[in-house]
Design a protein around this ligand. Structure first.
Ligand SMILES: [Zn+2]
Length: 142
């Protein structure tokens, strides 16, 4: 005699067979939906929270639909597309966070020639900076 739980798990496994399941894009959509929902709740405006709830619901439905989808190749391709975009967004955001964290330790500036982001330890005084990307040398006070 199988327990209810064993049957339930077997049922879920059978149902999920051949289906795509969760991935990074699915999780990101679910997180975004939760955040939009919360943002709507704290906005204090009925119109804003209504609109955000609607987007959030669409996000949930889409995420669940992807999870249960049987077209695994297409879902995989969507996830790859998302990961490429995400990497492009994430790097500058992480850099900005690092600059903010280290703002008391370093002076941040860009190379006047190529725009490369450079930094100097605060308090080094007047120094000649050589850009690590284009090799341009210039005076900088830090
Ligand atoms: Zn440069």
């Amino acid at each position: 005699m199988q327990s209810f739980w064993t049957k339930f798990k077997a049922g879920v496994a059978r149902f999920m067979q051949g289906r795509y399941g969760p991935d990074q894009l699915g999780l990101a959509v679910i997180w975004a939906s939760i955040i939009l929902n919360l943002a709507g709740a704290v906005s204090g405006s009925l119109a804003v929270s209504g609109a955000l709830n609607l987007i959030s619901t669409v996000g949930w439905v889409w995420a669940v639909w992807r999870l249960l989808s049987k077209d695994r190749q297409k879902r995989f391709a969507e996830n790859q597309w998302f990961l490429t975009r995400w990497a492009k967004i994430k790097t500058p955001v992480m850099q900005a966070v690092a600059r903010f964290k280290n703002r008391k330790k370093y002076v941040y500036f860009t190379c006047p020639q190529c725009g490369m982001k450079l930094r100097l330890p605060r308090g080094v005084g007047n120094v000649t900076v050589k850009c690590s990307k284009c090799g341009h040398s210039f005076e900088k006070k830090a």
